[in-house]
Design a protein around this ligand. Structure first.
Ligand code: NM2
Length: 492
């Protein structure tokens, strides 16, 4: 089965590498068809997830503890650092810098493109797409995987374990169980492929600006190799020595970067716009979650909200597996509220402090950020915005290092989770084999290399949309399965 996953990975990546032109046309068509025909299902799923999690966290099941230990295995700070850094990668750095620019030209709700209202919505939608609804799409698979894993002492930590409440303990070893794990691997390859596919050109552009050289594909590849080396090492060293340390370092670096931006940038503007955008999001949350644009066709919902939900869903099982591993001893309530709360705060900090500062830089004129984005050079626009910060070369350098570390902390956990899924007999508390972790670290870089060659946002989007669909279906079964095991426990 894992051979099959590899085969799919190469089967998709190699044709793209050989014929990027025609492949680009195909993947764009796939994205448009799926987003148009199935988009509303993604919106329903997200809304349902939020409601379900609220019921679970706040109701009587909220106090149930994962595993028979009185104390959480990891302290709060490390737990939050690890889960944030696992689920968030270079994608946050990419989109928090430049997402607003896309929305200024393509605003939601029939707002005039380029207007002040378009900018306000632009700032708001960034926070929303990385906010509580999105984190709910991480928290749901986490609960669905973690509860049966600890409750039934499952011998292995696999996504298929989420269905044992429905199909019995032996399910992960049956053909259907293995099919579920196969889809998990495809989803994580698509999800992380999108992240690396966006982030490496961005880091290439930043490095080019920092060292005064030209942007090139070669540079992007060099960056990819460096990333693989870094996250391969971290995955090889394992959870405590590698992933935990790197995650803690990651958060410190992120805080230093944001503090720098606040100190050197337009802090008052960023915080004011942040305050109003959070207010606007809270007030319009239901509207933003249910708007399907039935009477107009700007493509906003399909291009953005559906893309994001698919991206979060594709990462969902991976997050579920990873967070399960680090959450022994926590209650379901702490798990859900911790993920949704801390995750949202961390992402919002990037959008509010950094994203809004870039929006301000653009309003001052001279950088041509919108033109760069229109010309398809978002990575260059990001480097230009960074280059406009005071105190060069430090902001560029800090961003570059942060980008590497952010990516490494996502990919090392991803390689770890896949290796865990591929290990037949992983006892609670045990670790998958090192060579296995290293192998997946290298394999994961394959799709991004292909996506970088195609160089189209549509291709990047297709990867997640296709990869997320089976997870959506399995997710529904996982919820039913979870409800069943909770009920059985009630009765005993
Ligand atoms: N999500 C959170 O690159 C990244 O930030 C990875 C992206 C799914 C939108 C995660």
């Amino acid at each position: 089965m894992f051979g099959l996953a590899l085969l799919c990975l190469f089967g998709v990546s190699i044709p793209i590498l050989i014929a990027p032109g025609p492949a680009g046309v195909v993947v764009t068509a796939v994205y448009e068809w799926m987003a148009r025909e199935l988009g509303v299902i993604y919106q329903w799923a997200t809304l349902f997830t939020l409601g379900f999690l609220a019921w679970l966290a706040l109701g009587r099941h909220g106090t149930r503890v994962l595993g028979r230990t009185p104390e959480p295995e990891y302290g709060n700070a490390s737990w939050m650092a690890m889960l944030f850094c696992a689920g968030i990668g270079g994608g946050l750095m990419y989109w928090s810098t430049i997402e607003w620019a896309f929305y200024v030209d393509q605003p939601p709700f029939g707002v005039e493109p380029g207007s002040a209202a378009a900018r306000e919505w632009a700032a708001t939608y960034g926070v929303y797409h990385w906010g509580p609804a999105a984190w709910g799409l991480y928290a749901l698979p986490t609960v669905a995987i973690a509860w049966p894993y600890y409750r039934y002492d499952l011998p292995c930590l696999r996504f298929s374990g989420a269905l044992v409440g429905l199909f019995g303990r032996g399910f992960p070893d049956r053909p259907l169980g293995r099919a579920v794990d196969f889809f998990f691997i495809i989803a994580i390859i698509g999800g992380t492929g999108t992240s690396l596919g966006l982030t490496t050109p961005m880091l290439g552009a930043v490095a080019a600006r920092l060292f005064g050289i030209d942007e090139s594909l070669g540079l992007t590849w060099l960056i990819t190799v460096a990333c693989v080396a870094l996250f391969g090492t971290s995955a090889y060293l394992g959870l405590d020595r590698g992933i935990k340390r790197l995650s803690n370092a990651n958060l410190v670096l992120a805080a230093v970067f944001l503090a720098w931006v606040l100190a050197a940038g337009p802090a008052r503007f960023a915080l004011e716009l942040g305050t109003s955008s959070v207010g606007l999001m809270l007030q319009e949350f239901v509207r933003m979650s249910t708007w399907t644009e039935p009477l107009a066709d700007t493509g906003f919902v399909e291009d953005w909200t559906i893309f994001y939900w698919a991206w979060w869903i594709a990462y969902g099982p991976f997050m579920g597996l990873f967070v399960t591993r680090i959450s022994r001893g926590r209650t379901l309530r702490a798990l859900i509220l911790g993920m949704a709360g801390f995750g949202t705060l961390g992402c919002a900090a990037f959008y509010i402090v950094w994203g809004n500062s870039v929006l301000w830089l653009d309003l001052q004129g001279g950088l041509g950020l919108l033109d760069l984005v229109r010309a398809g050079d978002a990575a260059t626009a990001i480097a230009a915005a960074l280059g406009a910060l005071a105190g060069q070369p430090w902001p560029l350098l800090l961003f570059l290092v942060l980008g590497f570390v952010f990516m490494a902390t996502t990919y090392d956990s991803a390689s770890y989770a896949i290796a865990g899924a591929a290990t037949r007999d992983l006892r609670p508390g045990a670790h998958p084999h090192r060579a296995h972790r290293l192998f997946w670290a290298a394999a994961l870089a394959f799709l991004p290399v292909a996506l970088v060659v195609i160089d189209s946002l549509e291709a990047v989007r297709s990867a997640v949309l296709v990869a997320s669909l089976p997870i959506l279906v399995i997710g529904v079964l996982a919820v039913v399965s979870l409800l069943r095991s909770l009920r059985v426990d009630d009765a005993t």
